[in-house]
Ligand binder design. Structure first.
Ligand code: FMN
Length: 171
């Protein structure tokens, strides 16, 4: 097991992938990581669309201006406020779904998979593309799309620690 900080530094955006497919078991593990994320009042407003179909991936690539990457799989992290377990906490859905997204990225780094987060919400044009391509209903909000695959480029681990951004005790 890698040290948790090593894993966090190792998580970098990968944008070039091999053709190797990502097994369903592996995708389920990533979904388990996602659903282990913290959420406000444990509201868990998330739903996930998992894509491995080549035609659908190719459609997404052709439509997404900033998501033209050849990954073997993708997961779209969505919020469905209607299923949120705590209706007073639903306003935190962006944070909840972002935490779930980050968990996918870190877990994938630990499995030697490459990932890149493609921003969707609050960009209406990207949300429309995802809704239209993946039959996501209007009242479900796709927050992010994560491309997942085996890396065909090397990206080096790093922290971007900057002392100037830290205020100890008081701003
Ligand atoms: C909310 C969000 C939206 C992003 N959208 C895109 C995107 O549309 N296309 C892309 O190639 N990368 C996207 N990224 C990845 C960032 O460009 C990347 O995380 C950043 O440059 C830092 O590099 P690193 O991930 O290697 O640390 C996004 C990241 C976040 C958190």
């Amino acid at each position: 097991m890698e040290n948790v900080l090593d894993l966090i530094f190792k998580r970098r955006s990968v944008r070039i992938f091999t053709k190797q497919k990502v097994e369903k078991e592996t995708l389920i593990q990533l979904l388990q990581a996602a659903m282990a994320a913290p959420s406000a009042s444990n509201s868990r407003p998330w739903e996930f669309v998992v894509i491995t179909d080549k035609d659908t991936l190719s459609k997404l690539r052709s439509k997404l201006q900033y998501g033209k990457y050849n990954a073997a799989a993708a997961i779209v992290v969505c919020a469905n406020l209607g299923i949120a377990a705590n209706q007073s906490a639903y306003r935190f859905w962006v944070q909840d779904c972002s935490a779930a997204t980050e968990n996918i990225l870190i877990a994938a780094a630990g499995m030697d998979l490459g990932t890149v987060w493609i921003g969707s919400y609050p960009k209406d044009n990207v949300m429309d593309i995802l809704r239209e391509t993946l039959a996501i209903p209007e009242d479900v909000f796709p927050l992010s799309l994560v491309f997942i695959g085996y890396p065909a480029e090397e990206v080096l681990p790093r922290t971007q620690y900057s002392e100037e951004r830290v205020h100890w005790e008081q701003y």
